[in-house]
Unconditional design. Structure first.
Length: 249
């Protein structure tokens, strides 16, 4: 393990999320107190659910406001109909945004409409730059070692773009889509380069199913075959793990 990508192993995911949410709340408050909006990079999947639940709890307890937060989501499936239950926009509304005081105009999620993709990807990158860059980026990890949807072969300096989903990723998504044939083949994803420019990064992973890819990402070679391995070179990236996900370290 390198010094630059430490792993923090917690007894369970609830405790990990309690600690991380307190840290993120503190970061948001201190940035807001300095007179600027906090810019959060957000992720989807099952992994961040207890983290979002804890952010909502802090918000309801009056300890965290999102009124001065700008968010950028990592990715979105390509070609799903508006309001599709599996779209990441629907997910974010359901799991976080509808429960907190985010301003709708401060929410950014890649648009999965298949028209004019490269112009929209460039605009997404520009919006991140115009917001001052990402203060804190939340990540999960896929079975292929992807962050966002940066599948094996995604270059270190890749930017927001259209990507083709790995067969393993599509297989993992099949149950929630009601079958492999309904899983999109492509997505829009922030690139590895986009993600690595975030000032602070937390990658979350739970359960023994993630143990071997977590070990590879943290202690294996830095390679575009495991995009999470690029985090080893980031000055402030931390893996938040439960005991099972950390069991091979
Ligand atoms: C998808 C998302 C990733 C996420 C991964 C893992 O591929 N694009 O951002 O990290 O799934 O999903 P889960 O958290 O459900 O294991």
């Amino acid at each position: 393990m390198t010094e630059s990508a430490p792993a923090r192993i917690f007894p369970d995911r609830t405790e990990a999320c309690r600690i991380l949410a307190a840290e993120v709340a503190e970061l948001v408050r201190s940035i807001n107190n300095a007179g600027r909006p906090a810019v959060l990079g957000l992720a989807t999947g099952r992994t961040p659910l207890p983290f979002y639940a804890e952010l909502i709890r802090l918000h309801q307890a009056g300890e965290l406001s999102f009124a001065n937060v700008i968010s950028f989501n990592l990715d979105e499936y390509l070609g799903l109909s508006h309001g599709h239950p599996e779209s990441y926009r629907t997910f974010m509304e359901r799991e976080l945004f509808s429960h907190v005081d985010m301003r709708p105009e401060n929410i950014n999620i890649p648009n999965g409409n298949p028209d004019d993709i490269s112009a929209r990807c460039a605009a997404y990158e520009k919006a991140i730059r115009d917001a001052g860059g990402i203060d804190f980026q939340l990540l999960g990890i896929g079975r292929t070692g992807h962050i966002g949807f940066n599948e094996p072969g995604s270059p270190r300096d890749s930017r927001t773009r259209q990507v083709e989903l790995d067969p393993i990723t599509r297989e993992d998504a099949a149950p929630s889509f009601g079958g492999l044939e309904h899983v999109p083949t492509h997505a829009i994803s922030m690139g590895c380069g986009t993600i690595l420019e975030a000032r602070k990064i937390a990658l979350l992973a739970w359960g023994d199913g993630k143990a071997s890819i977590v070990k590879e990402a943290l202690t294996g070679p830095i390679t575009d075959q495991v995009s999470a391995s690029f985090l080893q070179e980031h000055p402030d990236a931390t893996f938040y793990l439960d005991a099972e996900a950390g069991s091979e370290l």
